[in-house]
Unconditional design. Structure first.
Length: 456
């Protein structure tokens, strides 16, 4: 059993989504890092940069277009880099700042600026540069490469907390749960705080231990740094999501609201409050929240939810527009969500299966297994769907969507008693886990009741 000194904790990753920019011990300190070592003699100080690096430099030093504290930090670092263009530590610090801005704004294009910083910093081949590179690779969905970058850092310093977090996050996406847990446990041991506690809470929740997960995530919230509002807002949103998964909409809404108080117009919290509104039947409120979230973060999941909310509100033309946006966003950058959307709606079955299988070739976490299982189910490949669904349930996760999918697949294969039990468990846990899925689950149970000799 994994642990934290003096406590009973298990640790795992948030799949790269914490957005925490905690620096490793070698990089810790004020926003202005120590000056970089002199450039190698082979490149004179006045030698022009190669064309690729010059393009990266222009991208990395682009104006942040804002007036928030993180924008001011970016501007200050950019000014320093004008005088020290080959300072690897400064490029790394700027890259971390761009990642924080990307997470706070919901603008994924800003990760490209962080990637440009990593490219410039990597000329120095130091730990700070590799750590930044690992984070950029995580956000780009290149999980195996992110794992490799983290392992390069850990080969130099086995206690580097940021590299341990990256390794844990990447390993979880790759389906290497034990590797993720060991890395995160070492992170807790090295640096207890919001990033490590949040990972611990997430692992416990994935393992079906919601009570312990909620206790640990309170520690993460208490450890939040006011100077890092996005990280705290993300952690509050994760805590609220745990409550929503249990069907505790009142408590979930309060915690999502707290996240918005920390970071205004924060897309995950807006979308979370919209999920609560959908569960309450407040269609107009859900539409308003999701439109705000989508303006900040036009990703596939938010557009899908917006389509569901507009459908419920009777705005079918608006729903079609939102669903089209979900498809466009999924094609650009989120095959797994697009595969799940198609499978959930019963659309493009062969394409859903192709997308899910392609994503399964890159990562093997339980949510990728679930999307693959549901695409296989819709395509009529039931034995293969059962195998993938078993993988999705392998950690004991109490997620109603996973449970419903597993139940429906079992019923289709003739395992009626276990299938019905899983579907009923899903609806009891979170009766409106998904607008389409929850309605299908109710219909499936209703049909079963009408059949002679059906299981009870």
């Amino acid at each position: 059993m994994l642990r934290r000194t003096g406590c009973l904790f298990a640790c795992a990753a948030l799949s790269g989504s914490l957005g925490c920019t905690e620096r490793s011990r070698a990089d810790a300190g004020p926003a202005a890092p120590a000056p970089a070592a002199p450039a190698p003699a082979a490149r004179a100080a006045d030698a022009p940069a190669p064309p690729g690096l010059e393009a990266a430099r222009r991208l990395a030093l682009a104006a942040p277009a804002g007036a928030s504290p993180i924008d001011r930090e970016i501007e200050a670092l950019s000014r320093r880099l004008e005088g020290a263009p080959r300072g690897a530590d400064l490029w790394s610090a700027l890259g971390h700042a761009w990642i924080r801005k990307a997470r706070a704004s919901g603008d994924p294009s800003l990760y490209n600026r962080a990637g440009a910083c990593a490219e410039l910093a990597l000329a120095g081949d130091d730990r700070a540069s590799l750590n930044l590179r690992g984070l950029v690779l995580l956000h780009d969905g290149r999980f195996a490469e992110a794992r490799d970058a983290a392992e390069q850092v850990l080969a130099r310093d086995e206690g580097d907390a940021l590299a341990l977090g990256t390794l844990s996050d990447a390993a979880l996406e790759l389906g290497l749960f034990e590797v993720a847990a060991r890395a995160a446990q070492r992170m807790v041991d090295q640096r207890p705080g919001l990033p490590s506690y949040a990972r611990a809470a997430h692992l416990r929740w994935l393992q079906g231990d919601a009570a312990t997960a909620k206790r640990i995530i309170r520690l993460a919230i208490d450890a939040g740094d006011p100077r890092e509002p996005e990280a705290l807002a993300w952690t509050l949103s994760q805590a609220a999501a745990m409550l929503w998964h249990e069907g505790d909409n009142e408590a979930a809404d309060r915690v999502f609201a707290r996240a918005l108080a920390v970071q205004g117009e924060y897309p995950p919290a807006l979308a979370g409050r919209a999920r609560v509104a959908l569960a309450r039947g407040a269609w107009g409120r859900a539409v308003e929240l999701l439109e705000r979230a989508h303006r900040q973060s036009p990703d596939a999941t938010t557009a899908w939810l917006l389509g569901d909310a507009r459908t419920a509100a009777g705005d079918h033309a608006g729903a079609a527009e939102a669903y089209a946006r979900a498809v466009d966003a999924g094609r650009r950058s989120d095959r797994r969500t697009l595969a799940l959307y198609y499978a959930t709606k019963g659309l493009e079955r062969e394409e859903a299966l192709r997308l899910a299988a392609a994503e399964r070739g890159l990562r093997a976490d339980i949510y990728t297994e679930d999307a693959h299982a549901w695409a296989l189910y819709r395509a009529g490949k039931l034995p293969e769907a059962r195998a993938a669904s078993d993988g999705a349930l392998s950690l004991g996760t109490r997620d109603a969507r996973l449970l419903y999918h597993a139940g429906a697949i079992r019923i289709a294969l003739g395992d009626l008693e276990e299938g019905e039990r899983l579907v009923r468990t899903a609806l009891a846990l979170n009766p409106v886990f998904d607008m389409t899925g929850a309605a299908e689950a109710e219909q499936l149970l209703a049909r079963r009741k009408l059949r002679p000799g059906s299981a009870r």
